[in-house]
Design a protein around this ligand. Sequence first.
Ligand code: SF4
Ligand code: SF4
Length: 294
Amino acid sequence: MAMRIVVTGGKGGTGKSTVAAALAYELSKTKKTLLVDADVDCPNDHLILSVKRKKIKDVLQFIPEFKLDECTKCGKCAEICKQHSIVFVPGKYPAFVPETCTGCKACMAVCPSGAIKEGSKKIGSVYDGKNFGINLVSGELKVGEPVSGELVVETIRVAEKIAANRKMEAMIVDSAAGIGCPVIASIAGSDYAVAVTEPSPSALSDLQRVLLVIRHFRIPCGLMINKHNLSKSFCRKIEAFASKNKIPVIGRIPYSKRIMESTIKMKPVNAYDKQFTGIFSNTLKNIRQRNVEE
Ligand code: SF4
Ligand code: SF4
């Protein structure tokens, strides 16, 4: 199976997608590499890589289908639904709001009369494409659907099948921000986690939270500090935190207008400007060392 590196970090806007695309580009010079955009709420790796995506499949999710002739109007389904997707007025049949349903099946489990059957709704799609020598698999949530770990799991499942069929040697997973279900689904099963952060109090606070998830899965990890030259004093705080927690700093990226330009030109930053090549090739060297050592 292809080695899987997840790029995460907690806070949004720290540059996870820039790092994921740049690592994939660097890695693709020596290994057949698949980049997985698991930030399904807002995928943008296809824009960074200028990939015209083709849809592989739609992803469906469970929703309850009510057989009202079997319903005894007990209201238990509405009581258990954390999403408030079932509205119950005593004496009436339950009313269902499919848009907010996350497919947990709790309503079906508690229904005493078997009035809830398996239905389905489309929650998003999985796409693929290729550019810069990088294969891309990208999940995208349907507009208006609640954030879904299920779509991330399916996107990674499709990516793994493609990786096996095309004999890929490495997989980079670009996770969503935060520490919710979609992020947990991206981190689980990875061989290494790259936590991207920046010198700001909110980024450090979110980093601490995502490290708890990474540690829960016992995945070796390293820290990449983006825009490290913007605040030397806060950068020292992050480095002190990393050293106290025995997390190696595996890369430092300076703030540069060239990064924004590369995004506008739809190129990985190290393909756009060779001065970034060294940063990402050193990061990969550090990952290889740590992954073997830990
Ligand atoms: S599947 Fe879960 S979220 Fe959807 S209606 Fe049933 S209990 Fe609510
Ligand atoms: S739990 Fe079943 S029987 Fe009770 S209101 Fe819901 S659908 Fe009807």
